[in-house]
Write a protein that binds this ligand. Sequence first.
Ligand code: OOG
Length: 248
Amino acid sequence: MNPRLEQFAEILDEATSRRRAVPRLTGTAELDVPAAYEVQRALIERRLARGESLIGVKMGFTSRAKMVQMGIDDVIWGRLTDAMLIESKVDTAGLIHPRIEPEIAFLLDRPVRTPADAVAAVGGIAVGYEVLDSRYEGFSFALEDVIADNASAAGFGLGPWHAPRDVRNVGLLLEIDGRPVASGSSAAILGDPVRSLVAAARLAAAAGIELRPGWVVLAGAATAAVPLPAGAHVRVRAAGLGQVEVTT
Ligand code: OOG
């Protein structure tokens, strides 16, 4: 791979481990979308080389609220590794400027090789959350920057799995220390989170990646993301899907 792109992956990897934000890559370099995905791939390769394994993918900018919040209007995807899965506690001291957002998650129980496989491959649906932590100064970036930075992925957590069901209009509520801080409907996710899953399958197929049984697909937020403070108790609830909690 182009050594310059490899170098960008190293910069982002070190920003993560040193918890130091870096200037956006597009401030000084020419980076197009395919090259940005090459950087993302190299960034993930570095994690895999350290023993992490892939357990899914995440979609980004699938809702107006997020597009408006971040000033970006293209659907993107990133990769999830086992080290990103949060059980019940996340240490914000290990992150740069974390944010949290509610999510709808799909569990695949069959391989997805083409978008046509996506819907039948769903074995479970859950409420979840994603912890975002842009590696860029000011949490500010262009499309190519955020793609390179694995779509700001830092961690995610999942509530209990439920049998596949219609999730076109599920109410989502994010509470911090008992106070509601964001709410929305899953309809905000491309009109139906299943469309996000199909988009994930399309992007994965275009990248030559098979979505595997056991993998999780995060459909993207229905609300804007909110800052995740230290010492907080967060609860995400989804109508009919229960809840998931995390402390910081
Ligand atoms: C990028 C990730 C966006 C979503 O759900 O739209 C995302 C960011 O906002 O930092 O995950």
